[in-house]
Design a binder for this molecule. Structure first.
Ligand code: SAM
Length: 232
C-alpha cells in the first residue's frame, strides 16, 4: 500500500510514522508513507496556504489551489488514482469496518485540514471522502490522519508479527475484546482467572467470548444490535 499525506506540519506525521509498528511496516515494504508539505505547492513568496473566509466570520480557510496542485502532483508522480480522505468532524464516524475496507486499497491520500477547514470546492473537485474520528473538534487533521493510518496499516497482512493479536482485538467480531492477563499469576492478591491457566483452548475461547459479550453489554450495548443485524 502507498499512503500520501498533505499537511502544513509534515514533522507531526513523520515523527509518529517513523516509530513502532508503522516504522516496521515500512521497513518490511508493506507500506510506503510519503509526507508532502502543502507549502511546497504554493506559488507566492510567502508560501500562503490560507485566506479569510468569504462571508466573514472568524479564522482562516485553507486555499483550494495549493491542495489541488498537491493532489495532482501526487497523482501524476505515482501514476495512480488514490482514494482521497479528508479527516473532518463533518464526516462519517470512523470505525473498524472502515479500517478493514481501507486496508484493501492500494493507495490512500490524506489531506490534513487546519484553521476553519478547507475551501469546499476542493472537496467536490477531488471527490474527497470526509471521515471523522469522533464528535469533538481538534485543531488539525494530522492526529485523525495518524489514527486512521495506524488502524489501517495494522490490518495489512504481515504487519503485525503475531497475526493472532488481531483476532482478540475489540470490534474484530463486532464485540469489545476480552480481558487480558500476563505474569505474575497473583498480583496484589488478585489471581489470573483459573480457566486461562487450564490449557484447554476450547474452554478458554468460550470464556473469552462470554467475557467479551458481558463487557459489550455493559459498556456498548448498541454494538450488539449491529452484530445481530449483520447476522440477519
Ligand atoms: N470548522 C470546522 C468544523 O466546524 O467542522 C472544524 C475545523 S478544525 C478546527 C480543523 C481541521 O481539523 C479540520 O479541517 C479537520 O481536518 C481536523 N479535525 C478536527 N476535528 C476532527 C475530527 N473530529 N475528525 C477528523 N478531523 C478533524
Amino acid at each position: 500500500m502507498r499512503i500520501d499525506v498533505v499537511t502544513i506540519f509534515p514533522e507531526l506525521i513523520e515523527n509518529y510514522t517513523s516509530a513502532s509498528i508503522l516504522k516496521k511496516a515500512q521497513e518490511k515494504n508493506l507500506v510506503k508513507i510519503k509526507v508532502h508539505n502543502l507549502r511546497w505547492f504554493t506559488l507566492d513568496r510567502h508560501q500562503t496556504v490560507d485566506d479569510y473566509p468569504f462571508g466573514g466570520g472568524p479564522g482562516m480557510v485553507l486555499k483550494p489551489e495549493p491542495i489541488y496542485r498537491a493532489v495532482n502532483f501526487i497523482k501524476s508522480y505515482t501514476r495512480s488514482v488514490p482514494r482521497i480522505i479528508l479527516p473532518s468532524p463533518q464526516g462519517k464516524i470512523f470505525h473498524q469496518k472502515k479500517a478493514q475496507e481501507l486496508a484493501r486499497e492500494k493507495h490512500l491520500l490524506f489531506i490534513c485540514g487546519r484553521y476553519q477547514g478547507i475551501d469546499e470546492r476542493v472537496l467536490d473537485l477531488l471527490q474527497c471522502e470526509e471521515i471523522s474520528i469522533g464528535d469533538y473538534v481538534l485543531s488539525g487533521g494530522e492526529l485523525p490522519t495518524l489514527v486512521i493510518i495506524e488502524a489501517v496499516v495494522r490490518l495489512i497482512p504481515g504487519v503485525l508479527g503475531d497475526s493472532e493479536s488481531i483476532e482478540y482485538d475489540s470490534f474484530t467480531e463486532g464485540l469489545l475484546g476480552p480481558p487480558q492477563f500476563t505474569r505474575p499469576r497473583v498480583f496484589q492478591n488478585l489471581s489470573v482467572p483459573q480457566v486461562l491457566l487450564s490449557g484447554n483452548h476450547q474452554l478458554i475461547a468460550k470464556w473469552r467470548y462470554e467475557k467479551a459479550l458481558e463487557k459489550t453489554k455493559k459498556v456498548r450495548p448498541e454494538l450488539l444490535n449491529l452484530v445481530k443485524k449483520e447476522k440477519e
